[in-house]
Design a protein around this ligand. Sequence first.
Ligand code: ADP
Ligand code: MG
Length: 244
Amino acid sequence: MSDVIIETRGLVKKFHHLTVLDGISTEVRRGEVVVIIGPSGSGKSTFLRCLNWLEEPSGGEIFFEGQKVTGKNKDLNRVRQKMGMVFQQFNLFPHRTVLQNITMAPIKLKKETEAEAKKRAMELLDRVGLADKAKSYPKELSGGQQQRIAIVRALAMQPDVMLFDEPTSALDPEMVGEVLDVMKSLAREGMTMVVVTHEMGFAREVGERVLFMDGGVIAEENTPAELFGNPQNERTQAFLSKVL
Ligand code: ADP
Ligand code: MG
């Protein structure tokens, strides 16, 4: 089996006349942590959303685990089940307990029994140190706790890839670390991850490849050491001078 898990070729996304992704070609390998940085509006979220079909691409191709998921005969359910996504705004269901939030999709979409789903949920909650919150409601939890639950909810579907869209941007500073720690441990365990973030420390420490997006294209792509230490593109330099 090829170790490329996601491949895009000339991916284009337009909203009416606005071209938001202007030909993105890249690959993500199994077990790799790819970090995406870039200015606001450069298309980072749209790129992630096209990968798992929260947005329909306007052109180009996406391959997931060797299967084409653009064009005819695509299996979108599989793509969505196998790519977990974590958003800036947690998006937990407010009127469901933590446990229900986590077990809902595995029961409904993967036809797991309640007992199976609950068992995995509790194991995962334990891993992120929140087993005692199983019966709580989201509003009873801090932002950092809610985001760790959102990560667990995605993991409960046993995804092959995790997509993170600025998972710490909505958090108070003192809660950023606890979420990044969970992401770091996932990375260490070999999870394939695509992470949009402004946390440059995380990018350097955990990222194996950094994509700098600007104006709907990958303007520069390199290892963190090279991209941060020796950026080649003027736009990368300008961006880094503002955020580092
Ligand atoms: P980033 O995540 O890098 O900040 P986005 O992917 O969110 O960028 O947005 C890229 C561009 O696409 C922005 O100009 C944004 O206004 C536009 N855009 C995003 N989603 C929509 C949408 N659903 N309809 C119209 N324009 C959109
Ligand atoms: Mg965004």
